[in-house]
Design a protein around this ligand. Sequence first.
Ligand code: J2J
Length: 546
Amino acid sequence: NSTVAEGFVPWPAGFAERYRAAGHWRGVPLGGLLREAAGAHGERIAVADEHSRWSFTALDDAADRTAAGLRSLGVAPGDRVVVHLPNRTEFAVLCFALFRLGALPVLALPAHGRTEIRYLSELSGAVAYVGTGGARAPDGPPVTEGLREACPSVRHLVTVGEAGPGEVPFGSLTAHEPLAGPDPDPSGPALLLLSGGSTGLPKLIPRTHDDYAYNARTMAAWCGLTPDDTYLAVLPVGHNFPLACPGLLGAVVAGSRTVLTEVASPPEVFPLIERERVTVTALVPPLAALWTKAAAWVPADLGSLRLVQVGGARLPEATARALPGALGCGLQQVFGMAEGLLCATRADDPPEVVATTQGRPVSPDDEILVVGEDGAPVPDGTTGELLTRGPYTLRGYYRAEAHNAVAFTPDGHYRSGDLVRRTAAGDLVVEGRVKEQINRGGEKVSPEEVETHLLSHPAVDAVVVVGVPDDVLGERVCAWVRPAPGADPAALTAPVLADHLRAAGLAAFKRPDQVETAGGWPVTGVGKVDRRALTARGAERSRTTH
Ligand code: J2J
């Protein structure tokens, strides 16, 4: 059985020493952050959802008990556990239990299907899967169907809610005496986040206790979180943004309360904001636009809101300008990545900077380079690829040696694949990207992954998937399909291909929004498919025919 350390690339010793000396890495594991918060804020509410509320003390105790429960199942320090939960308090109990035990959550998104869960389980060598059971698979067979057979390392299926046959009820894990064991090594990996990927299939991002605690603490300070704040986790909390930027983890560090919700539409979530007196939340641009429009007609008092963070994809300037007035709060643009680097605007920035830039790195020890195609730095004001390294940016994807050789420079900079421009004042503006990834309203789609699954459709001979500009989503998923000989092109519609991907067990957000058929496609000078031309053609077709 492999150990987690085998797939992990640590920072070179000199960097680690520097980050410790600077006080960034405090040597406190993530479970210790909750222990400290319980000491300081005891009976105040730490996390709440529509089913339950937990004080810092109660959450701390539940984490210890659940850690013991997991240990009794055979989950050991260093083991990986796939966490596939919606925004509920159990997510917090489970993650802190795993942090205490030194086992690593592998953070899946609620939208993920059978295929993604299998892939994540195999890639991480997970020993257990925690989800909500068959009840939440309206789209077909349960996500766990065949999981243990396909991925024999998975020994346990743990279920929040009603457990099926052979599943362990999550609640039974808390019935144990608190775990008393050694703390995990704070410099080692604490969790695995899912990357949108720069090419090919999504990768796993190891984040250490030290670096992730610094990430959460720094963002909590950047946002001015205090015990008087209530943070609303409305984006899926397994994502880096609502988890630790500052998100749930930053709220724990600051003694703020976190409210988790599974609803995001204004008529449902605005009354929740009013009821819980929410002060801070994080949104993706399409949701920010929707909330901005809805404020005029949904009757609810949003007066408690003081800060809305928006990130994950390009925020249209019109929304950036309209949001503060409509929602009666400050706006923070965030350009972040699960790989590490976080850039953000600040409350004291001029409105023009907040409306038109994505801010600047949040740590004084973030190093950024903006380089041209030759790899040499370009002057400020010129667009180039962003490379970065620093105290909370990974040095390698988990178990991905070959990919790491191209995703990082020899001196340890991560090649983000993002094209940015730095203004004279030092703020970054995201101008585009070089990586093959579709950013569908903040949800990252790997063209290669979708292409692979579409190719298995009998009427599909060849396929290229590209992102096409979209008014609402920023980009939509467009599939260019060459029909198989004898196949009827008219039968290759978006709903037909969506059905195929649904049956394949793929997340709904990866289904093509637009399908175009063609007998072939343009190639570049070096004989590669010209994706840029297909993007332009896809946009053109949708203007004329859709
Ligand atoms: C344009 N593109 C952006 C922005 C991210 C906070 C916020 C977002 C993420 C995130 C995150 C963008 N404008 N404001 O983890 O903590 C694109 C870039 C980037 C990729 C990372 C956080 N903000 N992006 O989105 O790992 O292309 O993290 O490299 O999902 O999203 O995606 P992800």
